[in-house]
Design a protein around this ligand. Structure first.
Ligand SMILES: [Zn+2]
Length: 357
């Protein structure tokens, strides 16, 4: 034993010293631990809390996607997600509130009014819009409807009525020519004839609107179309309105043509004859025989090489209303626009079997 050589006094002293040092050491260690723990406490707790938030946030996300009850307040509490801090940037977190609101909207509609979340309100507005559109007989409503509620009950009836209504396209020559597509870029600057202070597109638009009013009054669907034709445009009749110009001012009269490349020349010729006869009777303008290749090769008919054209199954003609550069033609075109429009409308109605005779 290592204490054997020492005397009893020395042993007692040593024991007292040893105990004193030990007690002091224990106190020092305890104080050190206490001192060391205190400043670290908030940090350590924050780390633990963060881990808890992350876990619970993950759980709430999963709960929304699974068939868990949606009225779990923790899944919807925005303050909780705010507390989670950076985790909000996680895509899963961004998605889950939307899902939750959708599901809640479906299962408990009475609560959606109290919600501050946008998707619920958008959904409600959308449904009302679809229902209103369906009530109007809007053809798009059936395709866009998101729920099978009132839409299916209301849509079919107007749809059946619409399918029997004839459609007529009246093109306003040169109107919005600057908006022509790339395949017709060379025609963007083709503004047409000019005379008596009026551009061709101004005259064409004025007459087209009058024709449209007359045909709509007969219950037809009418499209007043600009220079750009919707690709593959389908209608029961299509008439392109233009007016002529001539530098000498001596030429006058109107003329009509159909496409030389027509897929159904007989039908086009029937439309041409009906419009020609009614137009001549209404306006008393002279028939002009000088049909040009610009008319027979008109771009809106060229469905074999262009996209923005009528469909091959749309009966179509191009009508030169008269000469804007002719003072005598202007007396009719400017002075009797209703007669001009009536001639065109009667010709179309006759072709469609809706004439008054
Ligand atoms: Zn023209």
């Amino acid at each position: 034993m290592w204490w054997k050589p020492l005397g009893s006094d020395s042993r007692v002293k040593l024991l007292v010293t040893y105990l004193s040092v030990s007690i002091l050491a224990v106190i020092l260690v305890a104080q050190f631990i206490a001192a060391a723990e205190r400043p670290d406490e908030p940090k350590a707790l924050a780390v633990v809390n963060s881990a808890v938030e992350e876990t619970s946030a993950g759980i709430s996300g999963i709960g929304v996607i699974s068939a868990e009850p949606i009225d779990d307040a923790s899944a919807m509490d925005p303050s909780r997600e705010a507390a989670a801090g950076p985790e909000l940037d996680d895509p899963a977190q961004t998605v889950s509130p939307g899902n939750a609101s959708e599901r809640r909207g479906l299962q408990k509609p009475s609560r959606s009014g109290a919600s501050t979340m946008a998707p619920d309100r958008l959904d409600d507005t959308g449904s009302r819009y679809e229902a209103a559109a369906a009530a109007r007989g809007d053809g798009h409503a059936g395709l866009q409807a998101r729920d099978a509620g009132p839409t299916l009950d209301l849509a079919p009836a107007p749809q059946i009525v619409r399918s029997h209504v004839k459609r007529v396209g009246i093109q306003v020559g040169h109107w919005k020519a600057a908006e022509l597509p790339a395949e017709l870029a060379t025609l963007r600057t083709a503004t047409g004839a000019y005379g008596g202070g009026v551009t061709e597109s101004q005259l064409n638009l004025d007459i087209a609107k009058r024709v449209a009013s007359l045909l709509e009054a007969k219950g037809l669907n009418v499209d007043v179309l600009p220079a750009t034709i919707p690709p593959g445009y389908q209608a029961d009749a299509f008439v392109s309105l233009h007016a002529d110009g001539n530098a000498s001012g001596l030429r006058n009269g109107f003329k009509l043509a159909r496409a030389t490349s027509s897929a159904m020349p007989a039908k086009d010729d029937a439309l041409l004859a009906d419009v020609r006869d009614e137009y001549r009777a209404a306006t008393r303008l002279r028939w002009d025989d000088n049909i040009t290749s610009d008319m027979t090769g008109y771009y809106a008919f060229a469905n074999r090489r262009l996209k923005h054209t009528i469909a091959p199954t749309t009966p179509a003609v191009i009508l030169e209303l008269g000469y804007l550069t002719s003072a005598s033609d202007r007396l009719t075109l400017f002075g009797k626009p209703d007669a001009v429009a009536a001639g065109i409308a009667r010709g179309i109605l006759r072709f469609l079997g809706l004439g008054e005779e």
